[in-house]
Ligand binder design. Structure first.
Ligand code: FAD
Ligand code: MLT
Ligand code: ZN
Length: 478
């Protein structure tokens, strides 16, 4: 709900002030222009807004935020709208202002010797990756939505993706932030420093805050040497216990240069090959479980191919790996990743899917996987497990597709029950009910159910200190 339960649409004079600040190109209330931005990526939530603003400068954002603060108008920051938890979707009141950051997309600075890039929040992730590569550097954040998600959204959700094992989450990749606070003040924390111990590290309050504490307008991000030697394989593994043994061998064999270590089940491969054009099973025979593994080295002669072959030979000899394909070209490498990243879309084509984005300690993955799969299959015979994802980080996308004959809507009505079965096991094993996608609207009640009261109180105290009027993204997360 917006800050004031009896919220009325913003006063006409407030809207007039906002429109004059951003100019004609900086706002829209045309239903057809707003429509794509009012429904979440998964299509579960649709909201309304009083106005969508697309400001092009920090100064404009600060001026608009000042008006919203003065008139107590709720604000929903939005990047690429690829959130998996409807964290950027306005509520149904039609009283909120939707801030789309898409026009704040300049790269302000790229310093190869400092290994940093300073990018505005509306920069699409893929554009930052490209700018870094042109300077012979790597910006390592990489996820399936990189063609449309923006770095402001990545920071605000502390996005993970497929390279966390080597480079960490977005939180580990940021050195400084510029943020417009709910008051309209601009906090300039754009430090290009790797060391700065002068009080609380405020940037970390805003990373992962899902638009509830302020609007991120720019960030200083870490860069890395651009890998010159990348090797990728798709290996059929004996069982889920083997996957972890293989991860350990991969880390040793590569000299701890594993960039990605993804797990994919049989059903995920079948869905991707059935529903994603151009995707084929990389192996001739069918197996039950696979690992997609990538090594990378900064030197062309890092010897990653030999390291990967040695790892696979040993794993074959010990019966851990049953079959494997090593990409022989960039196009073969991309084909393997297209299979992995196509699973999400393939699942939605297949029908209803109840999803979990969980993490447990990496060593607990096999026990969790077996116990939680059995618990859900017992609850709904015929449900089809579709687990895949970043097993190297202990993070599984532990999804279930509907039993074939079942009605989609009737199946999805079990979302809460299935979530509770899975999340109870996750929490009992010391895991998290949201590894990388955040909370948004989708998991707000689950957060309240599982998070200790003191954690929630501390978060509410921080929220009250920074956003006393509660105008930032109401109804999300807390
Ligand atoms: P939005 O969806 O627009 O917003 C997300 C949240 O950030 C909202 O709370 C919004 O209010 C806030 N926000 C946005 N911009 C700002 C800003 N400038 N200042 C303050 N708050 C802001 N996520 C992962 O972590 N790992 C994955 O592997 C992954 N894979 C995905 C694959 C696909 C195919 C898709 C569709 C999504 C995937 N996601 C993944 C989820 C999603 O892409 C990420 O959460 C991403 O970081 C969201 O970025 P966005 O720009 O789309 O943000
Ligand atoms: C992924 O890793 O593909 C996503 O985080 C999973 C999803 O889209 O549900
Ligand atoms: Zn993911």
């Amino acid at each position: 709900m917006s800050p004031d339960a009896s919220a009325k649409p913003p006063a006409g004079e407030a809207l007039a002030k906002i429109k004059s600040i951003v100019g004609d190109k900086g706002w829209s209330d045309a239903p057809d222009e707003l429509a794509p931005w009012l429904t979440d990526r998964r299509g579960h939530y649709t909201g309304r807004c009083a106005l969508m603003v697309r400001p092009s400068s920090t100064a404009d954002i600060a001026a608009v935020m000042t008006v919203c603060n003065d008139y107590r108008i709720a604000v929903v920051p939005q990047g690429g709208n690829t959130s998996m938890c409807a964290a950027a979707t306005p509520d149904k009141s039609g009283t909120e202002i939707l801030f789309n950051l898409g026009r704040m997309n300049r790269i302000r600075n790229l310093d190869p010797l400092n290994y940093t890039v300073t990018a505005e929040a509306g920069c699409i992730l893929q554009e930052i990756q490209r700018a870094a590569a042109e300077a012979d550097r790597l910006f390592p954040l990489s996820l399936g939505a990189q063609g449309s998600c923006q770095i402001g959204g990545n920071l605000s959700t502390n996005a993970g993706g497929v390279n966390v094992l080597r480079y960490g989450n977005t939180r580990e990749l940021v050195l400084g932030l510029e943020v417009v606070l709910p008051s309209g003040e601009v906090w300039n924390g754009l430090r290009r420093l790797r060391k700065d111990n002068t009080g609380y590290d405020m940037k970390h309050l805003f990373v992962g805050s899902e638009g509830t504490l302020g609007i991120i307008t720019a960030a200083v991000l870490k860069l890395f040497p651009l890998p010159k030697d990348v090797q990728t394989c798709f290996a059929a593994v004996r069982d889920v216990d083997t996957v972890l043994e293989l991860l350990a061998r991969a880390r040793e064999a590569s000299g701890d240069a594993v960039t990605s270590f993804e797990m994919i089940g049989r059903f995920g491969v079948d869905l991707a090959t059935a529903h994603i054009p151009g995707v084929a099973d990389p192996l001739d025979k069918r197996y039950e479980l696979y690992a997609l593994i990538e090594f990378s080295g900064a030197r062309a002669d890092s010897g990653m191919a030999a390291n990967m072959e040695a790892m696979l030979e040993g794993a074959f000899a010990d019966g851990l790996v049953l079959d494997a394909a090593i990409a022989q070209s960039e196009s073969q490498r991309r084909a393997l990743w297209k299979l992995r990243e196509g699973i999400t879309e393939a699942q939605s084509v297949e029908g209803g899917s109840i999803k979990h984005d969980i993490s447990v300690p990496v060593s607990a993955i096999p026990a969790f996987f077996r116990r939680a799969t059995q618990a859900v299959v017992d609850y709904m015979p015929g449900i089809r497990p579709c687990s895949f994802g970043h097993v190297g980080d202990g993070n599984l996308h532990f999804n279930f597709s509907q039993p074939k004959p079942m009605d989609r809507k009737e199946f999805l009505a079990h979302w809460g029950e299935v979530n509770r079965i899975v999340h109870d096991i996750v929490v009992e094993m010391g895991g998290s009910i949201s590894a990388e996608h955040g909370i948004g609207q989708l998991k707000r009640d689950e957060l309240r159910h599982y998070k200790p009261a003191l954690d929630l109180d501390l978060m509410r105290s921080i929220k009250a200190a920074l956003d006393p009027k509660g105008i930032m993204n109401p109804g999300k997360m807390l």
